[in-house]
Design a protein around this ligand. Structure first.
Ligand code: SF4
Length: 502
C-alpha cells in the first residue's frame, strides 16, 4: 500500500497553522514553534516497518508552497492519506479533502485529531473523509486498520468511524509495542522550539497526564498500575488531550523502551537536548524515574544528553528534583494557569497556588529551569484576579532567576468537547456561535470577559524584559549555546508580543 501522511500548508493571512502536535492552536508567522508530531511519526514508522510505501509530507513546517505540496501528493497517488486536524482547521481540512478527492478518486482519506475524537460523525457527515479515527492511539489503530484492509484478515479495530457505521470506543493499546521512530522518514531536523538547545528531538515517555499526588484511585493500564501504583490523573477542564485522547488515564512506556529511543537519538543523531512531550512527562512517577535512571546508567547514557519535560508543580518533591538532576534534566514546562485558588479549583487543577509556588521554587533551588504557562481571560476572573496572576507569575520568574527561565501566556480557549466548553455553553459565556470552529484560533475573543485579555497576555510576556530578570539571566549565561538560545528566545518573544498587537 502507498500511504501519505499529510500536513497541508493551508495559511490564513500568510500565517501558518501551529498544528503538528499542538494542544493550543493558532496561526503564526513564527518559525520558532515547530513541534515534532511524535504519534504521527510512530504511525509512519509502523507502516514502513510493515512493508508499506510511506510519504511523510509536512507542508507546514517545511514551508512548502501549496502547489508543490499538491503536486507531490498527486505524483505519489496514495491508497490512503492521513491528516491531523483541530477545531479551527477542521472546515479547511474538509474542503481540502474534497478538492484532493476530485483528483485522487481512489485515495481513502483518514482524519485524526482531538476535535474529531470528540465528534467523529460530524466529519463523516460534512466531508469526503472515508475514515475518522478516535483517540490518542491512532498510530496503532491505523496500522491495524490498514493491515485489515490490505490482507482482508481479522476485523476492523475499535475506534474507527465510516459512512457505514463505527467499531465502538477505541481501546488504549500497550505502548511497549511501539518501534523506535524512523527519524529520517519523519524529517526530525525540521523541528524544534526556541527555548530548547538544538539539535533537539522530541519523545513521549507515555500518553496521558499522571496528575497529582492526591493518591485517589483511578484506572490506568494494567502494567503501569501494577508496577507504579495508582494516583489521581490530570483532570483540568480545559485540557483537550486528556479528555479527547486519553480518557483521563495515564500510561507510561517501560523505561527500557524509552531508553531505546534516547540511545538512538544520541548515537545516530547526536542530539543536544530531548524534550518529553507527554502531558506531564514521567515526572509525576518517582518509581518510574528511578527505573529510568538505572537503565540510563546501565547503558552508560547518563549526562550524554540534556533532558527536558512537561511537569506538574506538585510532583516536584525533593526526591523527584534530586532524581531529575541526576538524570540531567534541564528545563521543566510547568502549568501555572492562574494565581487564584478559585480558578484552579474551578479548572479541577487539583493544585493550590501555594503548592504551585512551593513546587516551582523547589525545582529552581535544585537548579532546574522553569518555563511557566499561564492563561488569562477566564469569564469569572476580573481585573484584580488577573493582576494577582501577573504578580504571582512575576514573583516566580524573579525567584532565583537562571538563564532559560521563561513563560508563555495565552488566552483561555475552551475547545469543543472539553468540560470547559460544556460549562461555557451552560453559562452562556460564548460571545460568538460556539460551533464557529474557525474562531477557536486564539485570534478572536470568544468568551465573555471583563478584562482586556490581549493587554494582560502582553504584560505577562513582558516580564521577560524586567530589568532584574534580564540581569540575572545575563549573569547566568554560561556557554556559546546559551547565546544562540537567547537570540532565538528574543526573536520568539518579539513574535509573541506582535501576536497580541493584532
Ligand atoms: S496538569 Fe497539565 S497535562 Fe495534566 S490535565 Fe492539567 S493541563 Fe492537562
Amino acid at each position: 500500500m502507498k500511504i501519505a501522511i499529510l500536513y497541508p500548508p493551508i495559511t490564513r493571512n500568510n500565517e501558518f497553522p501551529l498544528l503538528t502536535q499542538n494542544r493550543q492552536f493558532k496561526f503564526s508567522n513564527s518559525l520558532q514553534v515547530r513541534i515534532y508530531p511524535v504519534v504521527m511519526s510512530y504511525l509512519a514508522t509502523l507502516l514502513k516497518n510493515n512493508g508499506h510505501q510511506v510519504l511523510y509530507l509536512d507542508g507546514i513546517n517545511s514551508r512548502m508552497s501549496p502547489a508543490l505540496f499538491e503536486a507531490s501528493v498527486l505524483k505519489f497517488k496514495p491508497d490512503f492519506a492521513v491528516m491531523e486536524t483541530k477545531a479551527p482547521m477542521v472546515r479547511a481540512h474538509w474542503e481540502y479533502i474534497g478538492l484532493l478527492k476530485e483528483k485522487l478518486e481512489e485515495t481513502n482519506f483518514i482524519l485524526i485529531g482531538d476535535h474529531v475524537s470528540f465528534y467523529p460523525e460530524e466529519s463523516i457527515r460534512n466531508s469526503k473523509a472515508d475514515y475518522v479515527i478516535r483517540g490518542s492511539d491512532y498510530d496503532l489503530i491505523i496500522t491495524d486498520l490498514i493491515e485489515h484492509l490490505s490482507t482482508k484478515k481479522g476485523s476492523m479495530p475499535a475506534g474507527v468511524y465510516t459512512r457505514e457505521g463505527n467499531t465502538g470506543p477505541e481501546k488504549l493499546y500497550d505502548l511497549n509495542q511501539l518501534p523506535v521512530i524512523d527519524r529520517e522518514l519523519t524529517r526530525w531536523d525540521l523541528y524544534g522550539e526556541a527555548y530548547l538547545y538544538h539539535p533537539v528531538a522530541y519523545i513521549m515517555t507515555g500518553r496521558g497526564c499522571g496528575g497529582s499526588n492526591s493518591n485517589k484511585n483511578f484506572t490506568s493500564n494494567k502494567e503501569t498500575t501494577e508496577k507504579y501504583g495508582t494516583r489521581m490523573p490530570g483532570l483540568c477542564t480545559f485540557c483537550i488531550w486528556q479528555y479527547a485522547y486519553y480518557r483521563c488515564s495515564a500510561r507510561l512506556m517501560s523505561p527500557k523502551k524509552v531508553v531505546d529511543e534516547i540511545e538512538n537519538l544520541i548515537v545516530r543523531y547526536k542530539v543536544k537536548e530531548i524534550f518529553d512531550d507527554n502531558e506531564s512527562g514521567a515526572v509525576w512517577n518517582i518509581g518510574w524515574l528511578k527505573d529510568f535512571y538505572e537503565e540510563m546508567k546501565r547503558r552508560d547514557l547518563l549526562n550524554k544528553v540534556i533532558l527536558s519535560s512537561n511537569a506538574r508543580a506538585d510532583s516536584l518533591t525533593d526526591e523527584t528534583c534530586q532524581m531529575l538532576k541526576k538524570l540531567n534534566y534541564r528545563l521543566l514546562k510547568i502549568g501555572v494557569e492562574s494565581g487564584n485558588d478559585k480558578t484552579l479549583q474551578r479548572l479541577k487543577k487539583d493544585e493550590t497556588v501555594e503548592e504551585i509556588r512551593e513546587g516551582i521554587k523547589r525545582a529552581k533551588q535544585y537548579g532546574l529551569i522553569a518555563m511557566l504557562t499561564t492563561m488569562v481571560g477566564y469569564p469569572w476572573e476580573d481585573e484584580e484576579d488577573t493582576a494577582r496572576t501577573f504578580r504571582f507569575t512575576k514573583e516566580i520568574m524573579l525567584y532565583k532567576t537562571h538563564f532559560g527561565d521563561s513563560l508563555q501566556s495565552s488566552i483561555i480557549v475552551p475547545y469543543p468537547g472539553t468540560p470547559l466548553y460544556k460549562e461555557a455553553l451552560k453559562n452562556k459565556w460564548f460571545i460568538m456561535d460556539p460551533e464557529d470552529y474557525d474562531k477557536f484560533d486564539m485570534a478572536h475573543q470568544i468568551l465573555k470577559s471583563s478584562i482586556d485579555s490581549a493587554k494582560w497576555c502582553k504584560k505577562l510576556w513582558r516580564i521577560h524584559l524586567h530589568p532584574v530578570f534580564l540581569l540575572r539571566s545575563f549573569l547566568t549565561l554560561r556557554k556559546w549555546q546559551d547565546i544562540k538560545l537567547a537570540f532565538r528566545g528574543l526573536i520568539s518573544l518579539l513574535g509573541h508580543l506582535r501576536d497580541y498587537e493584532k
